[in-house]
Design a protein around this ligand. Structure first.
Ligand code: NAD
Ligand code: WQD
Length: 342
């Protein structure tokens, strides 16, 4: 069995990707996650859903020596999927040094280990935030990047640029996946986003409001130049994101890549407004959301959505889940959290 390392495997997207890997592939998977933004209880849920165990090494990837030990113990690894990073845009503005240190140092340590142990296949979690405030829509991979607006986005841009130069020198192959807005949870309802801090992203705010954890939610702005005045985003189901990682890893392992540095957008290509997201949630769950409209949130762009044709053609990837399924699985997960925390 081919073994792969998933860093950040206890987090939201990492855990779902492990579930899909265990369910649908022959890869053996190990995780490295220091649990800075997750909990090891996810491993039990992975076992329940996928029927297989996964080991997590509780290691800070910024600590080179312990990271190297994990690689030394697992020398038969064919590839790495590198999810581990701090991801809160707001926290990155207030704690930029922490973000630069964590996201860059961890990446460099993992790359160093890959080079030492001859692991040639590397998938990197990038983000639509590298595009900055784009002028033309939909966003294609070749759309020129505008200045980034947060230290978080800057860590992703720096990482992309570093990997570009590393790819020029090394024997390694890189696929960088730029996710738009990953949402939703496992269809079983037993896995999803479980933020350690109160969430600021739209979908967890919606489900927490519906669950009564928040009294009401806020729509940030109804005066944007969009079809209903609220912001438009490209929400994409986390299982579709996970599936793209499997296709990307297979592409590298099977040596089907055309270049040793490839970038793909991952979105549905369909913009959904905040009001449309609320309506989809209400329709699918039958729960009414208590919301009010406030002024715009600083830093938000009016509209951004992806052109993911390149991933469709080259990875053979096509999103399978609709906005309603994103909402229903997010809601199932919220109900599951509520039931186990009682
Ligand atoms: P997450 O916070 O749920 O998962 C990241 C995991 O990495 C966490 O479990 C955390 O404990 C771990 N981690 C962080 N720093 C570490 C370190 N130094 N050593 C070991 N483990 C460490 O985040 P997520 O939503 O699953 O995001 C996964 C990746 O996708 C991140 O790189 C993120 O920047 C990127 N991304 C996320 C989104 C999104 O909206 N969720 C969008 C675009 C890109
Ligand atoms: C979506 C829309 C809000 C909360 C973030 C990161 C980005 C990427 C994806 C990592 C916006 C509106 C939200 C609320 C609202 N992550 N909203 N009320 O900002 O598009 O993207 O996640 O790489 O880098 O910035 O996502 O979910 O915060 O907001 O009206 O309570 O929902 O204004 O229009 P965002 P979001």
């Amino acid at each position: 069995m081919k073994k792969i390392i998933v860093t950040g495997g206890c987090g939201y997207i990492g855990s779902q990707t492990i579930i899909e890997l265990l369910k649908h592939t022959e890869y053996e998977v190990i995780s490295i996650d220091n649990l800075v933004n997750s909990a090891e209880t996810v491993l039990q849920r992975i076992k329940l859903i996928a029927g297989k165990e996964v080991i997590n090494y509780k290691v800070d990837l910024c600590d080179y020596n312990t990271t190297r030990q994990v690689f030394q113990t697992n020398q038969d690894v064919v590839g790495v999927i590198h999810f581990a990073a701090l991801k809160s845009v707001g926290d990155s503005v207030s704690q930029p040094v922490r973000y630069y240190h964590n996201n860059i140092e961890s990446l460099l340590n993992v790359i160093k280990c890959c080079q030492e142990f001859h692991i040639d296949n590397f998938i990197f979690s990038s983000s639509c935030s590298v595009y900055g405030n784009v002028a033309s829509l939909p966003v294609k991979e070749e759309t020129s990047l505008s200045p980034v607006v947060s230290p978080y986005a800057h860590t992703k841009l720096m990482a992309e640029q570093m990997l570009r130069f590393i790819a020029d020198q090394a024997t390694m192959n890189f696929i960088l996946l730029r996710y738009f807005n990953p949402v939703g949870g496992d269809t079983s309802g037993m896995n999803g986003e479980d933020p350690v801090n109160p969430p600021s992203n739209l979908i967890p705010v919606i489900t927490q409001t519906a669950a009564g954890i928040r009294e009401k939610m806020t729509v940030f702005g109804n005066d944007y130049p969009t079809r209903d005045g609220s912001c438009i985003r490209d929400y994409i189901h986390v299982i579709d994101i996970a599936d793209a990682h499997i296709k990307a890893m297979n592409r590298l392992v099977d040596k089907k890549n055309k270049d040793n540095y490839e970038i793909y957008n991952l979105g549905t290509g369909e913009g959904v407004s905040v009001f449309e997201a609320i309506k989809a949630f209400e329709e699918v769950t039958g729960v009414s959301l208590n919301y009010e409209v406030s002024p715009r949130r600083p830093g938000d762009v009016a509209s951004i959505y992806s052109d993911s044709t390149k991933a469709n053609i080259e990875l053979g990837w096509k999103p399978a889940y609709s906005i309603k399924e994103m909402m229903s699985t997010a809601w199932k997960w919220q109900l599951y959290i509520n039931s186990i925390s009682k």
